[in-house]
Design a protein around this ligand. Structure first.
Ligand code: KG4
Ligand code: ZN
Length: 328
């Protein structure tokens, strides 16, 4: 099955061609530079960039795949969740392409896409497995028992892990996106230098909470004597990253304690984090479980993962999808 997939839920304009589990092309046009000066994503700016970029990105995806639109079996698009204006650009474009060629259209849940990145070659992981999804908008533990969906076993009660990293980076005066900036700086710092609270550790549920950690970082910065921030920035970054990874790791362990899962996967932008990958590897090795780690490019937003999810969904025939909306 040849799928042309679009993903425009946030600030990356993405198109991919996926043939069964194989990625034939995966084009990502990052808007990070356009948002950097605002220190975060400005939804209206993102929508306008998507409008400009979506057609060239689709053309590039088809060209790189060596595929013609006529050969595509189905079109796929992220319908939500995400920024509504950004999503609508992808949904409208996908509808137009599918309708003009009378092809079926599959609407994909963005989080299912992050899970489905693990179904891609090489070495695809088949259900059942437990997937920790941590991105800029979501943090959850997904029980994956079939290719077509997942069950949410626990999720964040406030901020997402990536959001906590982005906001923390901002407090530390680092660039956007914050996750990679914190990871880089953390390599030069001491993760034990600042004792940040181990939130939710004792809570028996599989839910997460990161907003208190962000406040703790703010207080730690305020408590520094004048001029000290520069000298302690790497220690703060390392300690903050460690606290976020520790919470993700402890909930992962708790979810594995019942012994139901034999394989573990990670998904979402934060899954690109080296320290999180290292902790997940330790946890899985200690328990004799298989750990699937996709390359960082498939952790952060991309359309190949949307095409991967779409393989396992029912696509709507023309013209049923013309009334589709996106959901924020
Ligand atoms: O999945 P994603 O690309 O978009 C959303 O669906 O939100 O995730 C973006 C998030 C951002 O918060 C970014 O700071 C974080 O993933 N991120 C990282 C790394 N790369 C991206 N966090 C930690 N370490 C990284 N290397
Ligand atoms: Zn995402």
């Amino acid at each position: 099955m040849l799928v042309l997939a679009l993903e425009t839920s946030c600030d990356d304009t993405c198109a991919a061609v996926v043939e069964d589990a194989e990625i034939r092309s995966n084009v990502i046009s990052s808007q990070a530079a356009a948002h950097e000066r605002y220190g975060g994503i400005v939804p209206e700016v993102a929508s306008r960039h998507h409008v400009e970029l979506v057609n060239p990105v689709i053309e590039a995806a088809l060209r790189e795949a060596g595929a013609r639109l006529g050969e595509v079996d189905r079109v796929a698009v992220t319908r939500g969740p995400g920024l509504i204006g950004a999503l609508l650009v992808g949904v409208a474009t996908a509808k137009a392409i599918a309708a003009a060629t009378r092809k079926p259209l599959a609407g994909v849940d963005h989080l299912h896409g992050h899970v489905a990145a693990n179904f891609l070659a090489p070495d695809p992981l088949d259900p059942p497995f437990l997937c920790l999804v941590a991105s800029g908008g979501h943090t959850l533990l997904a029980g994956v028992r079939e290719h077509g969906g997942f069950e949410t076993l626990g999720q964040t009660l406030d901020d997402a892990a990536g959001e906590a990293l982005d906001k923390g980076a901002r407090l530390l005066g680092l660039g956007f996106p914050g996750g990679p900036a914190i990871e880089r700086l953390a390599r030069e710092g001491d993760p034990g230098a600042f004792p940040f609270p181990a939130a939710m550790r004792e809570d028996p549920r599989l839910d997460f909470s990161f907003s208190g950690l962000k406040t703790a970082l703010l207080y730690a910065i305020r408590a520094l004597p004048d001029g000290e921030l520069e000298r302690r920035r790497a220690d703060l970054a390392a300690s903050y990253q460690e606290a976020i990874v520790a919470q993700l790791a402890s909930k992962l362990e708790r979810a594995l304690d019942a012994g139901e899962w034999r394989a573990v996967a990670l998904g979402g932008g934060v899954a690109a984090n080296g320290r999180l990958r290292e902790r997940a590897a330790e946890i899985c090795e200690a328990r004799g479980l298989r750990l699937k780690l996709v390359p960082g490019q498939l952790c952060t937003d991309n359309a190949a993962m949307i095409g991967s999810a779409a393989r396992f969904l029912e696509a709507a025939p023309y013209p049923d999808y013309l009334r589709w909306d996106a959901w924020a």
